[in-house]
Design a protein around this ligand. Structure first.
Ligand code: HSE
Length: 298
């Protein structure tokens, strides 16, 4: 009658894949306890670690859960306790972790009436509340694990991408908050054909590199000339962090989701940790508080 779950953080976009690529971090995330209650509906009874609304309709977990319960009849309701470790506006899928966690947990308590893809659709409603846009590139990897391609979000078409065994992610979160809605509002609505060609070449290259386990190709493909130049100016020390990552062996580096977190992918745990140290030094020198996560990708 009760379930305790881990709600993983995620890196969306992965440079070239704005709104279509994301990956799940194994070692960073929130926890959630969901229990059945005799009172019908959904109640958020406790939030620890963040100042977020308890009202069901104003909370992303609540909204995702309600979207789900609209599609199934239950004789009971649910109480949700959220223990946040992922800060809101960090760029590693804080709202997605809560949205995905709520629908995953309730689905388990109901005996799994919904598929993972259906859960992604419900969780996207939480994302819509958080950022004004029902993007799936955080909730899909949070629910499916690993690397996920959102080939289309309407109709939803998700492809779980194989990735090489030694692929690691390092993420640094400078402790400032950047709202996804704000980071989306600065984007240009048009893209030149020349940039589009570069970008889809890189998306194809990245996917191919992951499948054929070609780390060099993965690295060559981790570029973004559309979103990164516009958003990176909002992130303190972005150029220095990226440079430190690349100088210390990263395959590639860029903005995690809508920022301000910055990610690097690398081959092997040792390199990923070395990159973490180099990133720390940059923010130590700038006197800026930060958090580092190192995680295996699959
Ligand atoms: N694809 C989304 C964006 C991810 O970049 O706005 C937000 O985490």
């Amino acid at each position: 009658n009760e379930i305790k779950i881990f709600c993983p953080a995620t890196i969306a976009n992965l440079s070239c894949g704005f709104d279509v690529l994301g990956l799940c971090l194994e070692t960073a995330g929130d926890e959630m306890i969901i229990r059945k209650s005799i009172v019908k509906g959904v109640r958020i009874t406790k939030i620890v670690g963040a100042d977020l609304p308890l009202e069901t309709e104003k909370n992303v977990a609540g909204v995702a859960a309600l979207a789900m319960l609209d599609n199934v009849a239950t004789p009971f309701g649910f109480e949700i306790e959220i223990y946040k470790n992922i800060k809101a506006g960090s760029g590693i899928g804080s709202s997605a972790a809560s949205s995905a966690g709520a629908v995953f947990g309730i689905n388990e308590l109901l005996g799994r009436p919904f598929t993972r893809e259906e859960l992604v659709l419900f969780a996207m409603q939480g994302e819509k509340l958080a950022s004004g846009n029902a993007h799936a590139d955080n909730v899909a990897p949070a629910l499916l694990g690993g690397f996920v391609l959102v080939r289309s979000s309407n109709p939803l078409d998700l492809i779980k991408i194989e990735s090489p065994p030694e692929l690691y992610a390092t993420v640094v979160h400078p402790q400032i908050e950047l709202k996804t809605s704000d980071a989306r509002s600065v984007l240009k609505q048009n893209v030149s054909l020349k940039s589009a060609i570069t970008q889809w070449g890189n998306v194809g290259g990245l996917i191919a590199g992951l499948y054929i386990k070609d780390y060099e190709l993965i690295g060559r493909s981790l570029h973004d000339e559309i979103i990164e130049p516009v958003r990176s100016v909002l992130i303190p020390g972005f150029d220095l962090i990226k440079k430190a990552a690349l100088e210390n062996g990263a395959l590639g580096s860029g903005i995690s989701g809508s920022g301000p977190s910055i990610f690097a992918l690398s081959k092997g745990k040792e390199t990923a940790e070395k990159i973490g140290v180099a990133m720390s030094e940059v923010y130590e020198n700038m006197n800026l508080p930060y958090e580092i996560h190192v995680s295996k990708v699959n």
